[in-house]
Write a protein that binds this ligand. Structure first.
Ligand code: SF4
Length: 385
């Protein structure tokens, strides 16, 4: 691969590369964390962990990883499970597209690879939801393939080891990082161990702020340390521009004290998961307008009107470029209109359902739906049914 070389970038000779491999592996043997997915080289377990770890911290992933593996111990078990079960076991981890793609990939493995996880890089990369990094990680950790990896932690480490200035997301910088990621791998065996070691170094030692250079086994080889440039390499990302939004979620109860849930539709946020009825009220200015806006939006979606009661809680969360304030209200159905109940009772409303508060934990809910349901459970525990 031809890559352009920025000025002042460090060039590593073969002896230095050998030193890097040796020191990183020795450090990892002593200091690497014992994580459940590192206990074996089973590609299925490694794959599940890699998908869970995208955008989610190790400490959060560990209990999910154990529960997921218990529910779906093999790729076939995952492929054969209903999507709702897969989403239920993902519920709370966020970024639900990952769970859907995991499920889709499991079906491809069942149907096109006789249920065995593919062993070559190209076939792994062709699976839904698997990119260059994840395919490289699975192949090197499971099969010790000579496949390079560049992800959030290694790209920071490599940028500093190369004294690479500029935005990490830029194509010429990415080309340099991937080239370096290949060059550090040994010609014969041992690529998996090197990749594990540099990932761990990036995550535990070469941290974004105040890296622990005094504990770093690569300190003597590192040009960024030598020049005291840890704060400026890699270049700080430009600040994200967020758009503020206000939304309202309704906890609507029927005569049997069940709660109304709605399944998010394809193309919507959290598609396939269940949520409390939710409406955009960003442009609403006053309390009376708020009630009117919610009533109208509820009526147009569910064919019934509601009366807003007390505000139960407010949640703040971010989705892509939006910063959302979610105001959650209790609401009662207007007694003269029972269409929502009727539709649900006849089974026609397959995208809505009434659910008792105690059964909410059996339903794959959106992230905020889950937080609302936990709040309701606490209220229920405090006040009784
Ligand atoms: S010496 Fe410091 S900056 Fe260089 S790789 Fe190690 S932790 Fe990172």
């Amino acid at each position: 691969m031809a890559v352009t070389t920025p000025a002042n970038m460090k060039h590593w000779d073969s002896q230095e590369l050998q030193q890097l491999r040796k020191r990183a592996k020795a450090w990892f043997l002593k200091k690497g964390r014992a994580l459940p997915w590192r206990e074996s080289n089973d590609p299925y377990r490694i794959w599940i962990s890699e998908i869970m770890l995208q955008q989610t911290q190790v400490v959060t992933v560990i209990p999910y990883f154990h529960r997921f593996l218990q529910a779906f111990p093999t790729v076939i078990a995952l492929a054969n499970a209903p999507e709702e079960q897969v989403l239920l076991h993902w519920s709370g981890l966020g970024y639900y597209r990952r769970a859907k793609q995991l499920h889709a990939a499991a079906k491809v493995i069942r149907d096109q690879h006789n249920g065995s996880f593919p062993t070559d890089f190209e076939s792994v990369l062709a699976l839904p939801g698997i990119g260059r990094y994840t395919a490289g990680a699975i192949c090197s950790f499971a099969y010790d393939a000579r496949t390079p990896i560049v992800e959030a932690n290694t790209q920071r480490l490599f940028a500093r080891l190369l004294r690479l200035k500029g935005q990490l997301a830029e194509k010429p910088i990415q080309d340099q990082l991937w080239f370096f990621a290949s060059s550090i791998l040994p010609e014969r065996s041992g690529s998996g161990a090197v990749n594990q070691a540099v990932m761990e170094l990036g995550s535990q030692i070469c941290t974004p702020k105040e890296p622990s250079c005094q504990e770093c086994p690569l300190r003597e080889l590192c040009p960024t340390f030598a020049n005291g440039e840890q704060a400026t390499i890699p270049s700080p990302k430009p600040p994200k521009v967020y758009e503020e939004k206000v939304e309202a979620a309704l906890v609507v109860q029927n005569e049997a004290t069940e709660l109304l849930l709605r399944r998010c539709q394809p193309g919507e946020r959290w598609a396939g998961l269940w949520d409390f009825p939710r409406f955009d009220v960003t442009t609403v200015k006053s309390a009376s307008q708020l009630e009117q806006s919610i009533s109208e939006q509820f009526e147009s979606r569910f064919g019934a009107s509601v009366c807003l009661q007390e505000e139960l809680l407010q949640l703040k969360h971010g989705v892509t470029r939006y910063r959302i304030t979610l105001r959650c209200f209790r609401a009662t159905l207007d007694v003269s209109t029972t269409q929502v109940s009727e539709a649900s009772n006849k089974g026609v409303g397959h995208d809505t359902q009434w659910c008792s508060a105690s059964n909410l934990k059996e339903i794959p809910l959106s992230s905020t739906g889950k937080q609302i349901s936990e709040h309701l459970r606490k209220l229920l525990d405090a006040n009784g049914p």
